[in-house]
Write a protein that binds this ligand. Structure first.
Ligand code: GH3
Ligand code: MG
Ligand code: MG
Length: 393
């Protein structure tokens, strides 16, 4: 086994691999809103490149510079990886003791400089494990809420920590295997090999985890309204078309409710737009609370919302709309002056049933006309159109 692992070759691959990984992340035009975790991870990778680069220059640099520089940067890389995992999972920094361990580890390595190399191998394994363990621990704890790439990071970290521990035990028993960094021995070979695996698994795993998270965020932003969290108009329109087709095929009823807050401009004028925004948020959550899980609420305009009610006939939809109207009317939103803001909503309901139902546009127009009728009749009320069961001419 020992003879098959050519340490200088593995080392060269390691240096090139980390170098390329760090370079690629640095060059990528990643503009996510919060990519500080990726930046920190990349700094960690550069730190490891620095560590291995220093080791590669050991023929030209003084011995103590190689020994200290490579170890310190190795510690720094591990600490940064843990820091990046904290940022990714909790959007906050790692605890201060992590950096204390890093500083103490660096200081202790200075004192250990005169000792035989295998002592330093054992000590640095202990420091590296201490620096990496918190990241692994939190990934394990968050395994159910995180995607597969981060789990891969966890598995790779676990392999790294186990190998580092075995290597330290091996160094205690076979000091002659650890005389030189480039020595062709099982201990050195395993050390570099695991660092290579860590680069592939943890390095790329973390980058993928960040990209996956940002893709999810972008999808959320593209399909949802940022203020209320409701789905947006484009997504709602697509869902309505789908739901109409499904209802027609299954010969089930389907209803659409259009909601428009009454005199909302007056709320803004009286309390300001910020308060107006808060009122919109509260109204949206109040409406949502009255709906079933299969119903879909969307914000389709400034203070306009639409509700899609699958498998619900006109009577059922009018009942839901009335419940929503009463819930909004009962809503009291605190203002800064200690009073409360009251709002009301008007609703227009349209329904369809049968194989020759209306198109989405026709259903919309029908609900919209009912909404205008509710406004014209004095607001804070529900109006409904007749059931659309035939394709209108
Ligand atoms: P009506 O009863 O006839 O519906 O009267 P209205 O005042 O609600 O209707 P109008 O269409 O005249 O005004 C809508 C108001 O909604 C005006 C606009 O400032 C406000 N609005 C639209 N979008 C937002 C938003 O995102 N935040 C806030 N605060 N206000 C908004
Ligand atoms: Mg309006
Ligand atoms: Mg309005």
């Amino acid at each position: 086994m020992t003879a098959y692992i050519h340490v200088p070759t593995v080392f060269l691959m390691l240096l090139l691999g980390y170098g390329l990984l760090a370079l690629l992340i640095s060059l990528s035009q990643h503009r996510a809103s919060d990519a500080s975790d990726l930046r920190i991870w990349n700094l960690g990778s550069w730190s490891l490149v620095g560590s291995f680069g220093t080791l590669a220059l050991r023929e030209v640099l003084p011995n103590w510079i190689t020994a200290l520089g490579s170890t310190w940067m190795l510690y720094l890389g591990a600490a940064m990886y843990t820091q990046a995992i904290y940022r990714f999972l909790f959007q906050r920094s790692a605890p201060t003791w992590l950096w204390l361990v890093w500083a103490l580890g660096c200081g202790a390595n200075l004192l250990l400089l005169g000792l035989s190399r295998h002592y330093r191998v054992m000590f640095s394994a202990a420091v590296l494990c201490t620096l990496l363990l918190p990241g692994l621990w939190h990934i394990v704890r968050a395994r159910h809420t995180q995607g597969r790439p981060l789990r891969l990071v966890g598995v790779t970290l676990a392999i790294t920590i186990v190998t580092l521990s075995l290597r330290a035990a091996h160094a205690a028993h076979q000091p002659q295997d650890y005389v030189d960094a480039m020595q062709i021995s099982l201990g050195q070979g395993m050390g570099f090999l695991v660092a290579f695996v860590a680069m592939l698994g943890a390095g790329f795993g973390f980058v993928l985890a960040v990209l996956e998270r940002d893709a999810e965020r972008m999808h959320e932003m593209a399909t949802h309204d940022g203020l209320t969290g409701c789905i947006n108009r484009i997504t709602f329109d697509a869902m309505l078309v789908n739901a109409l087709q499904r209802a027609r095929r299954a010969d089930e009823p389907l209803s659409l409710v259009m909601l428009d807050l009454d005199h909302f401009k007056a709320v803004n004028d009286a309390w300001g737009h910020r308060t107006g925004d808060e009122v919109l948020r509260r109204c949206a959550s109040t409406v949502q609370a009255q709906l079933r899980a299969s119903d879909v609420l969307a914000r389709v305009g400034g203070e306009e919302f639409s509700v899609l009610l699958p498998d619900t006939d006109l009577q059922g939809a009018a009942h839901v709309a009335e419940t929503v109207r009463m819930a909004v009317q009962a809503l009291a939103i605190d203002n800064l002056q200690g009073g409360s803001i009251r709002v009301s909503v008007s609703a227009g309901v349209a329904s369809t049933q049968g194989p020759d139902g209306p198109t989405a546009d026709q259903l919309y127009q029908s609900a919209d006309a009912a909404l205008y009728a509710a406004k014209a009749a004095g607001r804070n009320r529900v109006h409904h159109a007749s059931v659309l069961s035939m394709t209108p001419a």
